[in-house]
Design a binder for this molecule. Structure first.
Ligand code: NAD
Length: 371
């Protein structure tokens, strides 16, 4: 079958791995063009060369954003702009009659997210987005262990993402401290998408938030000494009740210098599972059964390497076979709703009942998209 043509809008820090994977890792998509509000950034990607001086992506065109959106060949556009631009850019993509795949978070507000989902539905297009790490070998193996009954009925889960923010390395870190950033909206999507995939949808939450600094000092190479105003909460603690009855807790923080906390654990009536970093695709997955030591379990699924773009390949698969895309808009919206709900609960001091839900994506079997 002819690969689905894909374009990228937003040629910044994360675009490199998407360019690489969408150009070579998946046989059912073909990256044909990239664009950026700053055209020179798109041109720089097209001009990238390997050690022998050959262009890395010989078939890739640099385009203006409007030109890319008008290109009839392109069916999926991957939106790698900053969070504040996700809504506006995705809306343009859908209005141009193309499917939209957004980096996380889906949008800044729930209203924007709902509007995009409705627009996609009205136009018969797909919308979805990152993270797609839950389709990797690590989380898929953990899910299979749960579904095969190795920990019994899941009862509780913990998730911790603690670091000191991204201003020590990112060349343009402002957006991490503006709405759509902060540790929950930036990193929460990896952890919450994994938890929803493992335990099902979330029904109600409670949250508490704090902010250690009103401004941060940048230490990344090109911005050393720059002051970044902080407009978001930088430590967010959340409690979740899943629709299944299981309970969970999550802490995300950009105010932590070091810690010894596990990333994700799921505890069931007859075992405990240590789930690998949901910001990656591989392992290790570890299982503890009553009376036994922790054991590392071999990965049962494919895509253990950095496979960012797997969700795009899956969206292309959904376009051709008509079934649901796994990294769907409904899933991304449910995660957005949970993240807002933690903040709403913190503001009100009350539990927050979620209005959203989503289908749990089908497990990813086999090696569907490899060349
Ligand atoms: N950097 C990472 O490690 C990383 C990892 C995973 C996900 N993400 C997500 O990817 C997205 C991009 O992050 P990044 O680090 O590459 O940011 P970045 O600032 O390095 O790049 C963003 C690019 O988008 C362009 N842009 C901004 N507004 C635009 C618009 N309206 N139209 C067209 N282009 C526009 C900018 O010119 C820039 O080139 C964010 O949503 C972020 O959460 C980043």
């Amino acid at each position: 079958m002819k690969p689905v043509s894909v374009g990228i809008i937003g040629c910044g820090n994360i675009s490199g791995i998407y360019l690489k994977n969408l150009s070579g890792l998946f046989g059912n998509v073909r990256l044909v063009a990239c664009a950026d509000i700053d055209f020179s950034r798109a041109q720089a990607k097209v001009d990238e060369k390997d050690e022998a001086g050959n262009r890395l992506y010989p078939d890739l065109k640099a385009m203006r954003v409007d030109g890319l959106l008008a290109d009839p060949e392109i069916r999926i556009v991957v939106n790698l702009t900053i969070p504040a631009a996700h809504y506006e850019v995705a809306k343009k993509i859908l209005e141009a009659g193309k499917c939209a795949y957004n980096e996380k978070p889906l949008t800044l507000s729930r209203e924007q997210g709902k509007e995009l989902l409705a627009l996609a539905k009205e136009k018969g297009l797909l919308i979805g987005g990152a993270p797609d790490t839950f389709l990797g070998a690590g989380i898929q193996t953990a899910r299979k262990l749960i579904e095969d009954g190795w920990i019994g009925r899941p009862v509780s889960a913990t998730a911790f993402m603690c670091c000191h923010g991204h201003e020590s390395w990112h060349p343009a870190p402002e957006f991490y401290y503006q709405p759509g950033g902060g540790p929950m909206f930036d990193m929460g999507p990896y952890y919450l998408t994994a938890l929803v995939n493992l335990l099902g949808t979330v029904k109600s939450v409670a949250g508490m938030t704090s902010r250690a600094f009103d401004e941060r000092i940048c230490t990344s190479a090109n911005r050393n000494g720059d002051i970044l105003p902080v407009d978001v909460e930088t430590s967010v603690a959340g409690l979740m009740r899943f629709a299944s009855g299981a309970v969970g807790t999550i802490i995300t923080s950009f105010d932590v210098w070091g810690h010894n906390l596990p990333l994700i654990e799921v505890h069931g009536t007859s075992g405990s599972l240590s789930v690998p970093d949901p910001n990656g695709f591989g392992g290790p997955v570890k299982l503890k059964r009553p009376g036994q030591d922790w054991k590392e379990i071999p990965l049962s699924h494919n895509y253990a390497e950095n496979s960012r773009g797997l969700g795009v390949a899956d969206m292309a698969r959904a376009l051709t076979d008509g079934k649901n895309a796994r990294a769907s808009g409904e899933l991304a919206y449910h995660v957005l709703d949970i993240m807002h709900a933690f903040h709403d609960s913190s503001d009100s001091g009350a539990f927050f009942e979620l209005q959203s839900s989503c289908q749990i994506p089908e497990p990813l079997e086999g090696d569907l998209f490899r060349f």
